[in-house]
Design a protein around this ligand. Structure first.
Ligand code: NAD
Length: 313
């Protein structure tokens, strides 16, 4: 399949490498010049489950896509959410009438942005449990396993998504069709909407936060706002499942000693966060549906204050 990865950071690099290894025709589009230069000069490199791999894949800056002649059958979006609209604008010449567009970004409400550029029948909205890291320009760190759930929110349903699911599975990306993608997106957002912002503001790993005497009431208050906003949209969530997933983050034997990705982005790398599309999205949807969201609002403001103090970009 002819595939464009639009946004080739940590996750985009993983998908690019795995789809390239499975003999798809892959093209990369990104906006970070140092990364583009490194990939052009030396290929896209990765430590892939302990093995050093390099793939020669063409890459273009998003401002030069008008020079690209490529009829993409699939575009996979992997920017950070703040970069999504700019990338979609830039990608206009490469998104044809038949091009499927897959979005696996964390956070809520991306379909509202994407549908301004892509017909609903061509949008595949999903959620992924794959992970990835970047060591620096041109070099990714890819460990472990994952999966993808995705759904078409238009009229073509599973049949329309099948060719994409087959291609993802040939690349061992473990993709499944879901009839209920908004539930899984909200479930993951509950975990990100508690662990990410709280550990970032408190400068704590997930286990240290979870073991404080006040973790439970804070988490309950935030999660209840996600649930109320989900309920207003008839999205079903199960509290026991969501809380079990949050509690599993506190386990020191597994992931509890890690700082969540928002902490890495803001505190370590001084980059802007996706808070507006996690807790901030709950605030906006809460306003739309008349649901009060004071905890999500406060946490969003705290993270923005921290971004300003640090001078995040
Ligand atoms: P990323 O920050 O690695 O890359 C996103 C974009 O930012 C890319 O265009 C990249 O080139 C650019 N970028 C990265 N580092 C930069 C730097 N130092 N300076 C300038 N530009 C830089 O993002 P990601 O981790 O690939 O995440 C993409 C989306 O997938 C996000 O919505 C994220 O929440 C979601 N996600 C990430 C993971 C993960 O494990 N990384 C897992 C699941 C979902």
């Amino acid at each position: 399949m002819k595939i464009i990865i639009a946004g080739v950071g940590a996750m985009g690099s993983r998908f690019a490498l795995m789809l390239h290894q499975a003999n798809n025709e892959v093209l990369l589009v990104d906006g970070w010049q140092a990364h583009i230069d490194a990939i052009r000069e030396e290929g896209l490199k990765a430590n892939f489950n302990g093995e050093e791999v390099v793939a020669k894949i063409p890459i273009y800056h998003q401002t030069e896509v008008d020079k690209v002649d490529f009829s993409a059958e699939l575009v996979i979006l992997f920017t950070k959410v703040m970069q999504l609209e700019g990338m979609l604008q830039a990608m206009k010449p490469l998104i044809g009438k038949e091009t499927k567009v897959l979005c696996l970004l964390n956070g809520i409400g991306h379909e509202d942005i994407i549908r301004n550029y892509v017909p609903l029948d061509n949008i595949l909205l999903g959620n992924t449990m794959w992970t990835a890291g970047l060591e620096g320009p041109g070099k990714a760190k890819l460990f472990g396993n994952g999966s993808i759930d995705l759904q078409n929110l238009g009229t073509v349903g599973e049949q329309g998504a099948k060719p994409v699911i087959d291609v993802l599975n040939e690349a061992k990306l473990n993709a499944h069709y879901s009839e209920n993608i908004l539930s899984s997106i909200y479930k993951k957002a509950c975990v990100n909407g508690t662990m990410n912002g709280l550990c970032t503001i408190l400068d704590a790993n997930m286990a240290d936060f979870g073991e404080t005497s006040v973790s439970e009431p804070i988490v309950n208050a935030i999660v209840s706002e996600f649930f109320a906003v989900a309920e207003a949209q008839n999205i079903t969530l199960h509290l026991d499942e969501v809380m079990a997933q949050i509690h599993s983050c506190y386990n020191r034997e597994t992931i509890g000693l890690h700082h969540p990705s928002m902490y890495q982005d803001l505190i370590i790398n001084h980059r802007l966060t996706e808070i507006d599309y996690i807790n901030g999205a709950i605030v906006r949807k809460g306003q739309e549906f008349g649901v009060p969201t004071p905890y999500c609002s406060f946490l969003t403001e705290l993270v923005h204050a921290k971004e300003e103090i640090i001078g995040a970009k």
